[in-house]
Design a protein. Structure first.
Length: 216
């Protein structure tokens, strides 16, 4: 996923009818980035994209599917979503306040013939800009442990790679919250999306954590 984007690339929200192509690409789980358990994206995602386009209604907030086209062909896709299961772990009265705390890059895929043209980078940037405009504070991706090439790719794009089980701590309207990789064979890649917010690694009582805080 290096090199310059094709001169004919366009990136936009998926349109009704793009569902099967987007989901087929998402199933590739390019570069070690995978959807949270279940491996391949469900057929329901294709149906939702066909019904609603790239802004998919969810129990909390929206999922967003962007597609990259080279000419008329769908060459890549990225699907982002609020971390629904993490939100559901909180009391109902707090859930609405947590929707924009995190956006998860659940699927990022580029078709084999179009790799090496910068399409993955362009999709990631577009997804970040979309999430930032929607008010999201932090972007995160789950990367398989040992997928060092993928980790390097994310680092070059401004992400911090958390150690295994290292928690991410951040402020929300409901107070300080945290999340981690879930001890399921992955590590988190995290990036601050809003101006003035930085990620710093700290030791608290002998335990390392990533803290998202505003610069002073």
């Amino acid at each position: 996923m290096t090199g310059r984007p094709s001169s004919t690339i366009t990136i936009a929200l998926a349109a009704p009818g793009d569902g099967p192509s987007a989901v087929a690409l998402g199933a590739l789980a390019v570069g070690g980035l995978v959807p949270a358990p279940g491996a391949a994206p469900p057929p329901a995602l294709a149906e939702a994209i066909d019904a609603h386009g790239g802004k998919v209604p969810l129990p909390y907030g929206h999922g967003r599917c962007l597609v990259a086209r080279v000419g008329d062909a769908v060459a890549g896709m990225v699907y982002t979503t609020p971390p629904i299961r993490w939100i559901r772990d909180h009391p109902p009265a707090q859930r609405a306040a947590l929707v924009h705390s995190l956006v998860e890059i659940e699927l990022l895929a580029v078709a084999e013939p179009h790799r090496g043209q910068g399409i993955g980078s362009a999709l990631l940037t577009a997804a970040e800009e979309t999430a930032r405009s929607a008010g999201s504070h932090l972007a995160l991706a789950k990367i398989r442990i040992g997928a060092f090439a993928t980790m390097r790719w994310y680092r070059k794009r401004g992400y911090t790679i958390a150690a295994q089980q290292e928690p991410l701590v951040f402020r929300t309207r409901a107070g300080f919250e945290s999340c981690d990789d879930g001890s399921d064979g992955h590590q988190l890649a995290v990036k601050a999306l809003q101006p003035g917010v930085v990620l710093r690694r700290r030791l608290e009582r002998g335990t390392s954590l990533l803290l998202a805080e505003r610069q002073t």
